[in-house]
Design a protein. Structure first.
Length: 192
């Protein structure tokens, strides 16, 4: 049986391989343009996404399934982050931990108050859509301030799925916060 993580990983790898050809560029552009639009208005991106999903992830009602939403959300975040970058911003594996690990690099510097506020707003979000808005802002900030930072988008899609299902939500959010705030590599605390 396919997992959210494995399906997302396959799609992300395909997007990276195809990013230099016109079709790949168009898909990434359509993913970025689909952000904030109602799912009914995303007909231009749905063939690409639905074609890659296993039958068990596909819904049969007017609403998208949790799997469809979480995978699409991570593909949109990846499309934002990958834009204009030749190296792949997606990296699967232990080296990149969770989203807190990747966002932690934004704390490098003297004044971390603003980015900490953004991160805290994300992890204290009560609604899934609110969390995604904050996460999108943090990914844009990561793209602009910390070139070369990788994100495990496949792992993120799985985390988002469990958050959306409200299973292990508190544990996932706590793990993001642990990674974000833990002691940096120089042995110094990130706290001021």
């Amino acid at each position: 049986m396919d997992s959210i993580r494995s399906v997302s990983g396959r799609i992300l790898n395909e997007l990276y391989v195809r990013q230099e050809d016109s079709t790949g560029k168009a898909v990434l552009s359509r993913l970025r343009n689909s952000i904030g639009r109602d799912y009914i208005d995303m007909a231009d991106i749905m063939p690409f996404v639905f074609d890659k999903l296993p039958e068990s992830f596909l819904g049969n009602s007017k609403r998208m399934t949790d799997e469809e939403i979480c995978i699409l959300t991570c593909l949109q975040l990846y499309a934002i982050h990958q834009q204009g970058d030749d190296s792949n911003v997606y990296e699967r594996g232990e080296n990149y931990g969770n989203i807190g690990t990747s966002l932690k690099v934004l704390r490098a510097g003297d004044d971390t108050t603003a980015v900490d506020r953004r991160f805290n707003a994300m992890i204290t979000s009560t609604e899934f859509d609110e969390l995604i808005v904050h996460l999108r802002h943090l990914i844009r900030l990561l793209k602009s301030k910390q070139k070369g930072t990788k994100v495990d988008y496949a792992g993120l899609s799985e985390d988002l799925y469990w958050i959306r299902k409200n299973k292990n939500k508190d544990n996932i959010i706590l793990n993001w916060a642990r990674e974000y705030y833990k002691v940096n590599y120089k042995g110094e605390s990130n706290e001021k």
